[in-house]
Design a protein around this ligand. Structure first.
Ligand code: AMP
Length: 375
């Protein structure tokens, strides 16, 4: 079977790698000749909205998917009869705009922070009046890893936030959520409508970028809520493939932050820590194959390497660590690899993480300690 992937980043790379043992071959399309998925799969060099190149790729493959949100929906819509495109373009289009996304959450009765569209300074003032302080101003489109966001703590911050983002076109103001922790669910729906969920992951961010994940999260109390909310979204879109939904845990009630209609960074632990990885299950779902088990095997901590890879010796000398290098050039803020520490018990994970914490210091999010203490 052949799969085309629009976007050639690390998610496409991990999908391609998951496909090989199953006899699945992936071809990736990306405008950058050094796209890291191109190191492990054939690369078509083309822009994401190049309808001719997309059409040629679709003629060669059984199904088309994507590894990031900001692919061109209009270009793919014109080609939708050439071959199956999964996840559905409606889900992709909705996730591309924070306003449509949050409007849908509200329609489906999934709790989300108060929000209002903002297109002028006067609208910003009115929205702040309505929503209150503190709040977060965000670009509606193209924001990721905390980019395109300005925190407004007090009236004194309003002018600076507007100066930073006011010229970015459509914006959204959101109430700031005082959460206890952040969790996400990775769910997958196959072509027959069967749904499976992975155990929740607890996620730590620094400067808006995901740094560490712990799974299964201690989340019996909120896991049911996450599954229920994800199922509403999966059914709404008649979704096929992996969907990630990120939540704030506010004293036992989940409030949704955003959804990603694709495999997700907070599911990387599933490569080493689950019966079937999110990448394999995504490929299975979009090809119309049965889904694999989403059960966790033991306990996992996933550490993102951001900017540059650290010294590999600690991970390579550990019997419990798995080293993943995406083959990317170092650049500040760029996700270049990850390590999963995988153990049979929470206590063992605690001990192993402590070694990494001593050695890596500030590469670990401060919240990691809180997680370890809690377990
Ligand atoms: P986003 O790009 O919207 O996923 O935001 C990145 C990170 O910023 C989130 O994972 C949170 O840590 C933080 N954040 C974003 N929006 C809010 C909010 N409304 N309230 C509190 N924290 C937020």
């Amino acid at each position: 079977m052949k799969i085309g992937i629009v976007g050639g980043g690390q998610l496409a790379r991990m999908m391609a790698l998951a496909g090989y043992p199953l006899g699945i071959r992936c071809t990736v399309l990306d405008p950058n000749s050094d796209a890291c998925a191109g190191q492990v799969a054939p690369l078509v060099l083309a822009k994401y909205d190049d309808v001719d190149a997309l059409g040629r790729l679709m003629d060669e493959v059984d199904v088309l998917t994507f590894d990031f949100e900001n692919v061109s929906v209009p270009a793919l819509r014109t080609l939708a009869d050439r071959t199956g495109i999964f996840p559905p373009l409606d889900a992709l289009e909705c996730a591309q705009d924070r306003l449509s996304e949050k409007t849908l959450f509200t329609r489906l009765a999934i709790p989300t922070p108060p929000f209002a569209p903002v297109a002028s300074r006067a609208e910003l003032d009115a929205a702040i009046e309505d929503i209150g302080l503190p709040c977060v101003l965000k670009t509606r489109r193209m924001g990721y890893d905390g980019k395109g966001q300005a925190m407004i703590q007090s009236v004194a911050d309003i002018a600076a936030a507007w100066d930073r983002l006011g010229d970015q076109g459509e914006l959204l103001l959101e109430g700031f959520v005082k959460f206890k922790r952040e969790v996400s669910v990775i769910s997958v729906r196959d072509r027959k409508g069967n749904i499976r969920h992975y155990p929740l992951s607890e996620n730590k961010h620094r400067d808006g970028i995901l740094t560490n994940c712990f799974a299964p999260a201690a989340a019996d109390d909120v896991q049911g809520q996450a599954y229920h909310h994800a199922e509403k979204l999966l059914e709404h879109f008649q979704y096929v493939g992996v969907l990630a939904v990120e939540f704030f845990d506010v004293d036992g009630t989940l409030v949704v932050n955003e959804m990603a209609p694709r495999v997700h960074n907070s599911g990387h632990w599933t490569i080493d820590g689950a019966e079937t990885s999110q990448f394999e299950n995504h490929l299975r779902a979009i090809l119309g194959w049965p889904l694999g088990s989403t059960d966790a095997i033991g306990y996992s901590a996933m550490l993102n390497w951001i900017g540059a890879m650290p010294d590999p010796s600690l991970a390579l000398n550990s019997d419990r660590a798995h080293w993943h290098d995406y083959g990317k050039k170092p650049r500040p803020g760029r996700k270049v690899g990850h390590t999963t520490i995988h153990t049979e018990s929470a206590a063992e994970l605690h001990a192993e993480m402590a070694k990494f914490a001593t050695s890596l210091g500030n590469q670990l999010a401060s919240g990691a300690d809180a997680f370890l203490i809690k377990r």
